[in-house]
Ligand binder design. Structure first.
Ligand code: UDP
Ligand code: MG
Length: 241
């Protein structure tokens, strides 16, 4: 893609060891985005994969002119991959989704449609395609997050979202923020809506997140976000003379 070409929509996709999923995802994504009839780019962030993902992305970039690859030197986790991609994004509207085919590209046009009235449309995985342990632990985590942050999100950690680029302007970034993106966006006063989306079981490759590597870390993050929410500076100027 010509670096000076303007794009309307940037789709940011984090990738860590997804070599079997990419050849299915990329044509599907290109097909859905092509239907929108507006200039777009797909920004794949390879988060230091150790399998053939980078090679596949390089090959796919030759075929698809709208595909860009940001290759990180080391594996840094989903939040970092998302942030790195969002910073590279050139569109006025940004979409994020997982690269493991659990999120469905077919939901993207629906989410984008909400940006006429909202600043962010975030996916609500009504019927999760995950194993029961993950479903239950995520449900509990979501409830605890809501309780401690005073929110009512049905699904605060779905990667599939569409938002205006202004939402990331002063976004607080930290490792683990992908679970709090909705909360942090709402805190800044942006209008946000949750929209039911498909969620499929993972067919290829392995999940990188489990109870062991999530619970303690995300709870500490939660305390930080809660503190930030209570202590953040908010005011409206009534007059200036
Ligand atoms: N991912 C990443 N870096 C990581 C771990 C995961 O970019 O260190 C990507 C991964 O390739 C996938 C998304 O983040 O596209 C979600 O990861 P995963 O499917 O393992 O999480 P789960 O859906 O099981 O919570
Ligand atoms: Mg997944």
């Amino acid at each position: 893609m010509n670096p000076t070409e303007t794009v309307d929509i940037s789709v940011v996709i984090p990738v860590y060891n997804e070599e079997e999923n990419l050849p299915v995802l990329i044509p599907k994504l290109a097909e859905v985005l092509g239907r929108l009839g507006t200039p777009y780019e797909m920004v794949f962030v390879d988060d230091g994969s150790s399998d053939g993902s980078r090679k596949i992305l390089r090959e796919m970039a030759l075929k698809h002119t709208s595909l860009r690859v940001i290759g990180l030197r080391e594996n840094r986790g989903l939040s970092t991959a998302l942030i790195a991609g969002m910073r590279e994004a050139r569109g006025e509207k940004i979409v994020t989704l997982d690269s493991d085919l659990q999120n469905d590209p077919e939901d993207i046009p629906k989410l984008l449609g909400y940006l006429d009235c909202y600043d962010m449309a975030t996916g609500w995985r009504q019927k999760r395609g995950d194993p029961w342990l993950k479903r239950i632990s995520s449900k509990i985590a979501n409830a605890v997050r809501n309780r401690l942050c005073g929110e009512e999100f049905k699904d605060s950690a779905c990667t599939l979202r569409a938002f205006k680029r202004e939402c990331i302007k002063d976004l607080l970034v930290f490792n683990g923020m992908h679970r709090f993106f909705s909360t942090l966006t709402k805190m800044k006063g942006y209008r946000i809506i949750e929209v039911p989306v498909f969620h499929h079981p993972r067919k290829y490759g392995k999940s990188k997140y489990n109870i062991r590597n999530r619970v303690l870390r995300s709870f500490i993050d939660l305390l930080g976000v809660r503190w930030m929410k209570h202590r953040s500076i908010r005011y409206n100027i009534e007059e200036r003379i």
